[in-house]
Design a binder for this molecule. Structure first.
Ligand SMILES: Cc1ncc(COP(=O)(O)O)c(C=O)c1O
Length: 365
């Protein structure tokens, strides 16, 4: 059954756009999931039908990201925000220290949580320049005996993204990839742990993906609550307690969609094309639109910009809303404008938005 409704130009920062074909399939399967006579939400998480969905989602992520057998893929709850606490709970503690690279509000939140558990230091920060850039690799300072080094691979609020990751040798590298996981090729083997809330590139909210090296898990503290130990979930294939079954099903279907369209290579091609059409509108505007991020730190996922005055910005956002562009307000903490162009946002939305930007400039420039 085809949906005969108009889909919005959805630039929400998260939860955000999902592929239409996935929504349609979920709709089709909603009442009777693959002959069970129940919806996926009504199945036992211990049933064979659910287990197949669960394991397929893990297998698809491993396939798409090239995750080796050295890693566990976990589906947790509590959002990426709980990871800010679980990471230091599991890996920090007395006599241990960790480094944090500060590139925006999410790094600050992760840093603040870690402080509650052990000694933490800022390995680099671009706060002074209003987080317009990712620190250069040479700026990152740490001693070499840290329990881990943490970074945020894409800064959803400021619109910056790491292009190259540090080689940290013996220091385990952990990345919050909430807003750019599966948007480009990443060498997972450089990381001891990657985590991401699903609600931007992977599916609906409610599932947090954790990819963690088995060897790293062995170093984790044991004197913490059962549910907050990674090892609990690793030992039980993320089925220690009831997982968010519907969210995991949707995540698996989104991954299936990525495979169908041609895998990461096609995702990368699309994402570059989508971001370019909007960045071009900024760059060709003779300063009418002012990009927030420095050019070499620009995010392909969250495009942030301002207009010359607050008044003009207000008018721009009001007109954008009127014309059906959803979610283009900047984050409430910094204002301005932001177009989030995650994997499932179609090129047509980005093209339409860039045309709107050009038109608004003509009328107001
Ligand atoms: C980079 C990043 N980290 C963490 C979070 C927090 O995620 P959650 O809402 O899943 O806790 C977000 C949310 O937007 C984010 O963009």
């Amino acid at each position: 059954m085809k949906l005969d409704i108009k889909r919005a130009y959805n630039f929400n920062a998260g939860p955000s756009a999902l592929p239409l074909s996935v929504l349609e399939k979920a709709q089709q399967e909603l009442i009777d999931f693959r002959g069970t006579g129940m919806s996926i939400m009504e199945l036992s998480h211990r049933s064979a039908a659910y287990e197949e969905v669960h394991n397929q989602a893990i297998a698809r992520l491993k396939d798409l990201m090239g995750i080796s057998e050295d890693y566990e893929v976990l589906f947790l709850q509590g959002g990426a925000s709980l990871q800010f606490s679980m990471i230091p709970m599991n890996f920090l503690g007395e006599g241990k220290k960790a480094g944090y690279v500060m590139t925006g509000s999410w790094s600050e939140k992760a840093f603040a949580e870690a402080k509650l558990f052990g000694e933490v230091a800022q390995a680099a920060s671009s706060k002074e320049g209003k987080y317009r850039r990712i620190p250069r690799l040479a700026e990152i300072q740490y001693q070499g005996d840290e329990a881990y080094l943490h970074l945020t691979s894409n800064n959803t609020i400021y619109g910056t993204q790491w292009k190259e990751f540090p080689a940290t040798g013996n220091v385990p590298l952990i990345a919050d990839m909430s807003s750019d996981i599966l948007s480009k090729h990443v060498d997972v083997s450089k990381f001891s742990m990657i985590y991401a809330g699903a609600q931007k590139n992977l599916g609906p909210s409610g599932v947090t993906v954790v990819i963690v090296r088995k060897e790293f898990l062995e170093k984790a503290n044991s004197n913490i609550p059962t549910m907050l130990k990674y090892s609990t979930h690793a030992k039980n294939n993320s089925l220690y307690n009831t997982p968010p079954t519907f969210g995991i099903y949707m995540l698996g279907e989104v991954l299936g969609w990525v495979q169908e369209i041609g895998g990461l290579e096609e995702v990368v091609r699309r994402n570059e094309e989508k971001a370019k059409v909007i960045y071009d509108a900024i760059d060709h505007s003779n300063g009418f639109y002012i990009g927030h991020a420095e050019n070499d730190s620009r995010s392909l996922m969250n495009i942030t910009f301002n207009l010359k005055s607050e008044e003009l910005e207000k008018a721009f956002l009001a007109q954008a809303k009127q014309e059906g562009f959803i979610g283009v307000n900047g984050h409430r903490s910094i204002g301005g404008c932001r177009a989030s162009t995650y994997n499932a946002v179609p090129y047509e939305s980005c093209k339409a938005f860039s045309e709107f930007m050009e038109q608004f400039q003509k009328q107001n420039g």
